[in-house]
Design a protein around this ligand. Structure first.
Ligand code: NAD
Length: 481
């Protein structure tokens, strides 16, 4: 049943409705789930002003005080785990186990940055060694100011937590712009945060489209830093607009990551990791390892097993407990992936399985997991981010060739290596141009390890201490003795 218009603006401690109405779709049924009101440049301006009023006091709180609030948020998210999972699954089609991973990641991220905020009190004003007895110096890390957080639809709560928790831990005031496609779990998370004891104006939300809200956030002179996760095309625009006021900009963008199956790999493990890396979240992952490079002698058996695996995956909506892969997010994304599949076939790539609508699912943006072989190296299928459940498999005849193929990309977000030899795996991992490399491991992510990539995948790093430093200025105070 369609609910009334949900307020999509939380500004200066008040929920309110904006002018624009955003229709939110259930991708498993193609039905309307809700209508959310969105804001505009005026709402962005008001949110920035509220944040500016709050900044003076909030920026001077201790890390310990901020940690209390971050832990309150983590516990409240845990208490509303089921509700958040349901909203996430209905708005994005994620199976229950995927929605659970998202919520648990949010909890872990807030707890981690609570610890870091607390520890930061003892690290403030550290003495800096100088090559002179005439001067002393101390180092301060201070919040950089008002920050704009712009997030995508594929992992809405997770990408929000990775920015929001460190920004609050650092003492910044925040304007969050959720994706207009997936605001429902985001708004529930925002209600939790609004009730967590944060002073009025520290945390603000403005839902809306990229043009109406994202662009004014990127260009606002009162915003010191924009942290953006999304597509490369929009990331470039955010950087360009940010340049006008010399803003700090962090970008988490696209990928075209590789999974390397070395000649001594455990094939069953390789198939599991390829399937997880390619089909989790229906392949709508910046970290999707959908270029699979396999040692030539293992190529045929690998292809047989990955095709069998792809064909065994239960594609269904989240109401089906057996669902292993959900739908794509919307009609536009569905058509985009189908176009890539058709263009790949036209370029000479061989489709071994999948790539069409499952017969049992006439509605919803469902796609059978696809496996391609013989994909031309200059084709869009091999080079561009597909953002769908499509694996491209290719053989290699030497370690050097595997590394060269993996690194031959404008992106460099993550990579995976499957090998029975620890030395081989480490040597290959060290040679790959990627911000994260998993060895014989699924795409497990810890708040302690950095997230971000080489080349056109990222500017900066999220998570770990680097995620918090992204929201801090460094100040040295030098005194004559
Ligand atoms: P998108 O770039 O279309 O949108 C991302 C956000 O930017 C949304 O909130 C959108 O409203 C906003 N936006 C759109 N136009 C804008 C503008 N002109 N100015 C400012 N903001 C604007 O991306 P998407 O389709 O939501 O997400 C998919 C993309 O995100 C993929 O390319 C994926 O690789 C990337 N992604 C990267 C990571 C990472 O960690 N590197 C993680 C998740 C997603």
């Amino acid at each position: 049943m369609l609910s009334p218009v949900l307020p999509g603006l939380y500004i200066d401690g008040q929920w309110r409705a904006g002018g624009e109405q955003l229709t939110v779709i259930n991708p498993s049924t193609e039905e309307r789930l809700a209508i959310v009101s969105g804001g505009d440049a005026q709402a962005v301006n008001e949110a920035v002003q509220a944040a500016q009023r709050a900044f003076g006091a909030w920026s001077k709180t201790t890390g310990a005080a901020r940690a209390v609030i971050l832990r309150t948020i983590a516990r409240a998210v845990a208490a509303r785990r089921e509700r958040l999972m349901t909203l996430q699954s209905s708005n994005s089609g994620k199976p229950g186990f995927e929605a659970a991973i998202d919520v648990d990641d949010v909890i872990a991220t807030f707890d981690y940055y609570a610890d870091l905020a607390e520890a930061s009190d003892g690290q403030q004003n550290q003495t800096v060694g100088l090559p002179s007895e005439d001067f002393s110096a101390r180092l301060r890390r201070e919040p950089c100011g008002i920050v704009g957080l712009i997030v995508p639809w594929n992992f809405p709560m997770v990408t929000t937590a990775w920015k929001l928790a460190p920004a609050l831990a650092a003492g910044c005031c925040v304007l969050l712009k959720p994706s207009e496609v997936t605001p429902l779990a985001e708004l529930e998370l925002a209600r939790i945060i609004a009730d967590s004891g944060l002073p009025t104006g520290v945390f603000n939300v403005v839902c809306g489209t990229g043009q109406q809200v994202g662009a004014p956030v990127s260009g606002h002179p009162g915003i010191a830093k924009v942290s953006f996760t999304g597509s490369n095309a929009v990331g470039v625009q955010v950087m360009q607009r940010g340049a006008e006021t010399v803003k700090g900009v962090s970008l988490e963008l696209g990928g075209k990551s590789a999974l390397l199956v070395m000649d001594d790999a455990d094939l069953d493990l390789a198939v599991e990791l390829a399937s997880g890396g390619g089909y989790f979240n229906a392949g709508q992952m910046c970290s999707a390892t959908n270029r699979v490079l396999v040692a030539q002698e293992l190529l045929e058996p690998f292809l047989q097993r990955i095709v069998a695996k792809a064909q065994s995956i239960k594609v269904a909506g989240p109401l089906d407990d057996a669902a292993e892969m959900g739908p794509l997010i919307n009609q536009a994304q569905y058509q985009r992936v189908l176009n890539h599949i058709e263009a790949g076939k036209a370029a000479g790539a061989q489709l071994l399985c999948g790539g069409g609508r499952p017969a049992a699912l006439p509605r919803g943006y469902f796609l059978e997991p696809a496996v391609f072989s013989q994909v031309p190296l200059d084709s869009a299928l091999w080079r561009d981010e597909i953002f769908g459940p499509v694996l491209c498999v290719r053989g290699f005849s030497s370690e050097a060739e595997a590394i060269a193929l993996a690194n031959d990309s404008q992106f460099g977000l993550v990579a995976s290596v499957v090998s029975g030899n620890a030395e081989t795996a480490d040597r290959v991992a060290n040679a790959l141009q990627a911000g994260m490399v998993w060895i014989n491991a699924p795409q497990v992510i810890f708040a302690q390890t950095a997230w971000g990539g080489y080349k056109q995948s990222s500017v900066g790093r999220e998570l770990g201490p680097w995620g918090m430093q992204a929201f801090q200025e460094i100040k040295h105070v030098v005194r004559a003795i």
